[in-house]
Design a protein around this ligand. Structure first.
Ligand SMILES: C[S@@+](CC[C@H](N)C(=O)[O-])C[C@H]1O[C@@H](n2cnc3c(N)ncnc32)[C@H](O)[C@@H]1O
Length: 180
């Protein structure tokens, strides 16, 4: 679906087709092991469903809400969730994170925003005993260092975790934030 409608609808560039598994799907799926059993999960800025859809497919015990403000992207998400037959497990909300008044055990995101903006958007969506899982690239360490003050002032602690969905792909770097 990503290789077909994902490209046709302009959600991914055509050059991504050959690296859909390594760079996108497995990079997203890797965070599944960090999520507790039966958790409610928000995927903020889900785009083409990353990381929310691979995580939901791997973990039928989770309840996943895909939050995406752009119409074309949220239409793609609704279409994908219907086509995959996972409408009972996965909800799609066409909203900006700031408009959502619901809280979750895990607030996940991938390529959403710089860490300071990400914290402002995601912290109100997190249950008190929950966690924010932000998939980041090589910038993770630097972003945590740059925003140490905001992290502390928000009452959070941060750690950086690397996880891997398969041995042959690059690890996924995640900034995990929890209330201190
Ligand atoms: C760079 S894309 C990443 C999409 C997807 N997570 C991925 O990894 O391919 C960022 C997404 O965040 C969405 N977004 C931007 N601002 C947002 C906000 N305030 N609340 C929720 N989503 C937002 C955009 O519409 C876009 O789909």
């Amino acid at each position: 679906m990503l290789a077909r409608e994902g490209i046709e609808w302009g959600l991914l560039g055509p050059r991504e087709v050959e690296r859909l598994w390594s760079r996108h799907i497995l990079n997203s799926a890797a965070i599944a092991e960090l999520i507790p059993l039966g958790a409610s999960v928000a995927d903020v800025g889900s785009g083409a469903g990353l990381p929310g859809i691979p995580v939901a497919l791997l973990r039928p015990d989770l309840h996943v809400t895909l939050i995406e403000p752009l119409l074309r992207r949220s239409n793609f998400l609704t279409h994908s969730v219907d086509d995959l037959g996972i409408t009972r497990q996965v909800a799609v909300r066409r909203d900006r994170a700031e408009q959502v008044r619901q809280t979750f055990d895990v607030v996940a995101s991938r390529a959403l925003a710089p860490l300071d903006r990400l914290i402002r958007w995601c912290l109100p969506l997190m249950n008190d005993d929950g966690q924010i899982l932000a998939i980041k690239g090589a910038s993770a360490q630097q972003e945590v260092a740059d925003h140490g003050r905001l992290i502390a002032d928000s009452g959070l602690t941060a750690d950086i975790v690397t996880v891997r969905a398969a041995p042959e792909v690059d690890p996924t770097t995640v900034i995990r934030l929890r209330l201190a």
